[in-house]
Structure formats: structure tokens, C-alpha cells
Design a binder for this molecule. Structure first.
Ligand code: PMP
Length: 390
């Protein structure tokens, strides 16, 4: 037996990646799998974004670059944050990372140390607690329920705070629930954060995937006091269908961003140089909003279909998601826990879904509707059949 470092024995590998891989493996063997497991848009990266990277390659942008990112990209990100999110950042407040996941990991390493508590509302994106543990911090999980649309209330946040609390993790729109906090809710949480002088990291990776006119509120835009305590984590994966490019960023106080850059200088160095030019095209091209709209139109239609199908199955229920591309379904009435449910569904009906246990909610499962309508219909037929046998 290899004596591994405690740090790695305390964390669990990503279940979403594992199930997605298993579904792909089954498909490769010729099994007709319906997969609701994927956390990525099923659209190709828009051509104009690819062209940005291709012409950078042609121009020889193939060398090491600045650790924190190409200056043109950092400036474009700062401008985007000013324009879209009303956050007053300059390029010095930005670090470009290998994806939103890497942004958050860098942040945890820069901010959290042994004994620090990090408050994470459940259901949560499954990497948050593991990252905190890898940074030797203590994740403090606050359970929320469908009654509050899986949103943490200011009272719950206040009650979870101790003298050791350093950071609060906010994710709106949320993976896995699709819930979006409104202005009043964010304002109330911001007040608690300011009152207790905490940090907040706002994971805004789904900010552009919104339905029915829902507004995305960036917590740092709600006043100088909360702005000082905010770090934004974002990336290009979801809004621009660029999951495989591995491009994300952090924005926050210069001193903290500089610290993450020091960490990055000894781990990954700069993000792939020519890929960053694809990101510049994503932010600056007038074609990007049209591409986003096309994707949103497809998601809107699929969301409607999947919600109608779930509603028609008496033992399943879910609140209406207002963002991202997930539905988070309560399965308690089936009498199964989430692992039993997802195992049965995959083995008996060849449908891949993610057990809520991975997100801290064992009474739920997550379906991603980032897949075509025909697969959604077929998959929902099978889910209905499976639930009817329980
Ligand atoms: N945050 C959330 C909530 C996510 O769902 C994801 C992707 N699944 C990420 C961050 C990371 O995205 P990436 O590393 O692909 O940019």
C-alpha cells in the first residue's frame, strides 16, 4: 500500500465526471444510453471564437506568456465585469486560470488555511467542499430545502458563522439546483457578510444561462463594503460552449489576485497562450450574443419539455429552475436513496443521472438538459417506466 498524503485520502473523486465517463463507455460499447449527466453545453464552440485561437496560432502565439494572463484578455475581462456586472475592476484585479475549477482552487489555496471554516450551502457544486479540504480548511455545510427553493436564508448564514469562519461560497445560478438568487436575497446575504467581516466568493459561471427574464445579480455590485470582500469566479465553459478549452478567471482585490498568481506561477504557469485569444474573441465579438441566444433558445425549449415530463410523474417533484441547465428532482417518494435510484436507472433503463448525494442532498437526483430534445423525450420515457416499477 502506498502511504498517500492525508490531504488526498480525505477527498472523494468527482462523481459527475465518473458517471459521465461510465455512460460514455457504455455508449462506446454500443449500448443505447440516454445521458442526463453531462455538465456541459452540447453545442460546438462558435466558429468566430475558434478563429481567434487559430489566428493566434498562425501569428506564433505559442510561447510562455504572463502568469496572470495575456494583458489583452485581462483588460477585456475587466471591461466585461464593469459593463455586465457593474464591478469596478481593472486588469490588475484579474487572473486568467485553467477554468473556473482552477480559479476556485487557486483561491482556496491563497485564502484558506488549517482551521478556517468555509460556509457552503447544500445542495452544492461537488468540488467546493473537496477544494476546501485540500486547502486544509473545514467545510461547514448548511442544508437548504425545496421550501426555500434551495437558497440559504440570511438567518441560516448568520447561525453558521463562528469565530473561525473566513469565507462564504455563493453560486447563483446554481449547479445543481438551477436556482437564482434575486436582488433582495443577495442584498440580505451581503449584509450578513459585511456585518461579520467575511469573504464571499461568487461563482458566476452560469450567469448568462437564465430563463424568463430572470436577472443575474453580482453580489459585489451592491455597495463598496461588500465589493471589498468579494471575489468573483467565472469562466468561458458554459456561456461560450468552451468546456474543453479550460479557461476561467478570478477577479478581486489586487493583493489577493497577486497571491493566486504566485501560486499559479509554481503550478500551471500561464493558461495556454493561443487559447486566450479565443477568449478575447468570445468577449469582444458582436457575434457572441447571437450564439448565446441560439443556445438559450434551445435550452428554454428543452427545459419546458423536461419540466412537463417530470410534473407528469407523481413520485417526482422539483422547483422550477431559473438558470443553468439542470433540474434537481426530489425522489424521496420513490423510497430509494439517490445512489440506489441512479444505479437502478442506469442498469435497468440505461439512463445516466447524477445522485444528489454528490451534491449533499441524498433525496434528489440531478438531470442535465444540455442534450437534444429527442434524447430528453426518450430518457424521460425510460425514467417514467423506471419510477412506475418502484
Ligand atoms: N462552478 C460550477 C458551479 C460548475 O458547475 C463548474 C463546471 N461544472 C465550474 C465551476 C467549473 O467550470 P470550468 O472549470 O469548466 O470552467
Amino acid at each position: 500500500m502506498i502511504q498517500l498524503a492525508t490531504r488526498v485520502t480525505q477527498v472523494t473523486p468527482s462523481l459527475t465526471l465518473a458517471i459521465t465517463a461510465k455512460a460514455k463507455e457504455m455508449k462506446a460499447k454500443g449500448i443505447d444510453v440516454c445521458s442526463f449527466s453531462s455538465g456541459e453545453p452540447d453545442f460546438d464552440t462558435p466558429q468566430h471564437i475558434k478563429e481567434g485561437a487559430i489566428s493566434a496560432l498562425d501569428q506564433g502565439k505559442t510561447k510562455y506568456g504572463p502568469v496572470a494572463g495575456e494583458s489583452g484578455l485581462r483588460e477585456a475581462i475587466a471591461q466585461k465585469l464593469n459593463q455586465d456586472n457593474h464591478l469596478n475592476y481593472s486588469a490588475d484585479n484579474i487572473i486568467v486560470t485553467n477554468g473556473g475549477k482552477h480559479s476556485l482552487f487557486n483561491l482556496m489555496l491563497a485564502l484558506i488555511e488549517k482551521g478556517d471554516e468555509v460556509i457552503i450551502p447544500a445542495p452544492y457544486w461537488l468540488s467546493y467542499p473537496e477544494m476546501v479540504k485540500l486547502a486544509q480548511g473545514t467545510p461547514v455545510i448548511v442544508n437548504t430545502t425545496a421550501e426555500t427553493d434551495y437558497k440559504i436564508t440570511p438567518e441560516q448564514l448568520r447561525q453558521a458563522i463562528t469565530s473561525k469562519t473566513k469565507l462564504f461560497v455563493l453560486n447563483s445560478p446554481s449547479n445543481p439546483t438551477g436556482m437564482v438568487y434575486n436582488r433582495e436575497e443577495i442584498k440580505a446575504l451581503a449584509q450578513v457578510i459585511v456585518d461579520h467581516d467575511l469573504w464571499v466568493v461568487s461563482d458566476e459561471i452560469y450567469e448568462k444561462i437564465l430563463y424568463n427574464g430572470t436577472e443575474h445579480i453580482s453580489i459585489g455590485s451592491l455597495g463598496e463594503e461588500i465589493f471589498k470582500r468579494t471575489i468573483i469566479s467565472n469562466g468561458f465553459a458554459k456561456s461560450y460552449s468552451m468546456t474543453g478549452w479550460r479557461l476561467g478567471y478570478l477577479a478581486g482585490p489586487g493583493e489577493l489576485i497577486k497571491a493566486t498568481s504566485t501560486i499559479q506561477s509554481h503550478s500551471t504557469s500561464n493558461v495556454c497562450t493561443f487559447a486566450q485569444y479565443g477568449a478575447i474573441a468570445a468577449l469582444e465579438s458582436p457575434e457572441s450574443p447571437q450564439c448565446l441566444q441560439k443556445m438559450l433558445d434551445a435550452f428554454t425549449q428543452r427545459r419546458q419539455v423536461i419540466l412537463e415530463r417530470i410534473k407528469a410523474i407523481p413520485k417526482l417533484s422539483c422547483p422550477t429552475p431559473m438558470g443553468a441547465f439542470y433540474v434537481f428532482i426530489d425522489i424521496s417518494q420513490t423510497g430509494l436513496n439517490s445512489l440506489e435510484f441512479c444505479d437502478g436507472l442506469l442498469n435497468k433503463q440505461q439512463v445516466a443521472a447524477i445522485p444528489g448525494k454528490a451534491f449533499g442532498a441524498d433525496n434528489c437526483i440531478r438531470l442535465s438538459y444540455a442534450t437534444d430534445l429527442a434524447s430528453i423525450e426518450k430518457g424521460m420515457d425510460r425514467i417514467e417506466k423506471f419510477v412506475n416499477t418502484l
